[in-house]
Design a protein around this ligand. Structure first.
Ligand code: 13P
Length: 344
């Protein structure tokens, strides 16, 4: 465990005005996204599209690192360099998604999932380090809801996921790879923002308790958090300031000050909402750098603009560069809607 390297990696991931691009969509998720723009989800199309994102001119001013899928870590760009080599050369840290997706938890309602991928993880970590990965991601999913009068999430679901995240994080650190831990509380549902706040707090408490139990060093861990928002079908949709205040309140209650940084997922928020929320939180300020690690909120427009047509390549890169710039500003509390329009 190289603590100097871990500290350096973590600090660079959340450097001022920079955040992480999540480009680690599984084959299934990628299929859905590509289908929405009528592109076949072939290995070559995935390579072309991700290459488009990584080679966007100037994007390394706002993108500190990229979460890659196993397939992408082994692919090369048009210049012949492997993607991790290209990224590292251009000042962007290669990361790797190491979880193997979610499965049902026996005896619990189907909405309750646990993330798999711990078997053989130490071996995979050693290989990922050799391939250039310096941070990793593991996503746990927590669903808010009700099933046959059972209130979800259950304690079992939160506990199972917290322990998997902690074991994964310990494996990462042993391999000198910074763990990005992602306990995502889904925004799908009719629940209130108050309920989201409650569940997020319980989830983060359990997660950090498990990290302590597995001797994970919080100094070398990045939290990828979901924001505290209203359920997407809730009749009262909280405004930007309320989301920022509630999210920060929960983080301050549960996240050790020793953490090098907190990054957020976009979770299905609109591009603008994800940017506005991040900006509002940074205007208030927190004990840690707060930045983005978005997939959809960085890629939506770029993917639509590209739509598989080589003629749209440059326009798609421009769209991606714009969202990266806006979120880079939001990571410093310097974004506003005027800038959004003028720079578009
Ligand atoms: P979204 O920003 O689209 O939620 O994706 C982030 C991510 O990495 C989910 O694991």
């Amino acid at each position: 465990m190289d603590t100097t390297l871990l500290s350096k990696t973590a600090a660079a991931m959340v450097a001022k005005g920079k955040g992480v691009l999540a480009a680690d969509e599984s084959a299934g998720t990628c299929e859905k996204r590509f289908q929405s723009v009528n592109v076949d989800c072939t290995e070559e199309n995935r390579r072309t599209y991700r290459g488009l994102l990584f080679t966007t001119p100037g994007v390394n001013q706002q993108i500190s690192g990229v979460i890659l899928h196993d397939e992408t870590l082994r692919q090369s760009g048009n210049d012949g360099a492997t993607f991790p080599a290209y990224l590292a050369k251009n000042g962007m840290i290669p990361g790797i998604k190491v979880d193997k997706g979610v499965v049902n938890i026996p005896m619990l309602p189907a909405a309750e999932k646990v993330t798999e991928g711990l078997d053989g993880l130490d071996k995979r970590m050693a290989e990922y380090f050799k391939l250039g990965a310096r941070f990793a991601k593991w996503r746990a999913v927590i669903t808010i809801g009700e099933f046959n009068s059972i209130v979800l999430p259950s304690h079992t679901c939160i506990y199972a996921n917290a322990h998997a995240l902690a074991r994964y994080a310990a494996s990462c650190q042993a391999a000198s790879i910074v763990p990005m831990i992602e306990p995502e509380v889904l925004l799908d549902g009719s629940h209130t923002i108050e309920r989201c706040e409650e569940v997020t707090e319980v989830t983060l408490r359990a997660t950090f308790a498990a990290l302590a139990a597995y001797n994970v060093s919080t100094e070398h861990t990045i939290l990828k958090a979901s924001m505290v928002v209203s359920g997407n079908t809730c009749s009262r949709q909280a405004g930007v300031d309320e989301v920022a205040e509630r999210t920060l309140r929960v983080l301050k209650r549960t996240v050790p000050a020793s953490l090098p940084g907190v990054v957020f997922l976009s979770g299905g928020q609109t591009d603008l909402a994800a940017t506005a929320h991040l900006d509002a939180m940074n205007r208030i300020g927190a004990p840690w750098p707060l930045t983005f690690s978005y997939s959809r909120a960085l890629q939506n427009t770029a993917l639509k603009t590209w739509s598989g047509n080589p003629a749209n390549y440059a326009a798609a890169q421009k769209a991606f560069a714009h969202r990266a710039r806006m979120n880079g500003l939001a990571a410093q509390g310097k974004w506003n809607r005027e800038l959004e329009k003028s720079a578009a």
